[in-house]
Ligand binder design. Structure first.
Ligand code: ZN
Length: 169
């Protein structure tokens, strides 16, 4: 997610490829805990976990300020660690759960990782690169197709961001 001043809100037209499953919400709970860690560190509260064959192989949260790293979004941090844990730069058996719709950088990384499925919480109308601002995932000219499920625990994901931006004013 990009840094910005305005709050993210859930849009009712979020596309759902299939209904939320209880386990999606369970993994998203973990991603939300990661986002909370970012909030406590003064970072934009976005969290992500990578799940491979039913278990979490990595967790990430925004670390841009902490690491002085413009690329340290939650999804990138989680993908890097997942690759190291699994021992492969291709994560074709893995799903990534992110609290907010990924930006273009993170969506590009998901394609490079060959992630099987993306589950996210709230849409990001300012920078979302799944469908909100542009479509990097499942772009017609890219071969890799990713199953996408949006809107999982979206209200709570957006709420964390709202708390963050409210406190900064
Ligand atoms: Zn990002």
């Amino acid at each position: 997610m990009a840094r910005r001043k305005t709050a993210v809100h859930q849009r009712p037209e979020t596309k759902r490829s299939r209904p939320n499953t209880p386990s999606d919400e369970l993994w998203m709970e973990d991603a939300l805990r990661c986002a909370q860690r970012a909030l406590e560190a003064g970072e934009v509260p976005v969290g992500a976990v990578v799940v491979c064959q039913g278990r979490i192989v990595s967790r990430g949260w925004n670390r841009n300020i902490t690491d002085s790293d413009p690329t340290a979004h939650a999804e990138i941090v989680a993908l890097r660690q997942a690759g190291a844990t699994v021992g492969n730069h291709r994560l074709g058996d893995c799903e990534l759960f992110a609290t907010i719709e990924p930006c273009s950088m993170c969506a590009g990384a998901l394609v490079h990782a060959r992630i099987k499925r993306l589950v996210y919480g709230a849409d990001d109308p300012k920078a979302g690169a799944v469908h909100s601002v542009m479509q990097v995932l499942n772009h017609p000219q890219l071969n890799h197709k990713i199953e996408v499920q949006g809107g999982v625990l979206a209200g709570r994901s957006a709420e964390l961001l709202q708390v963050f931006f409210r406190n900064r004013r």
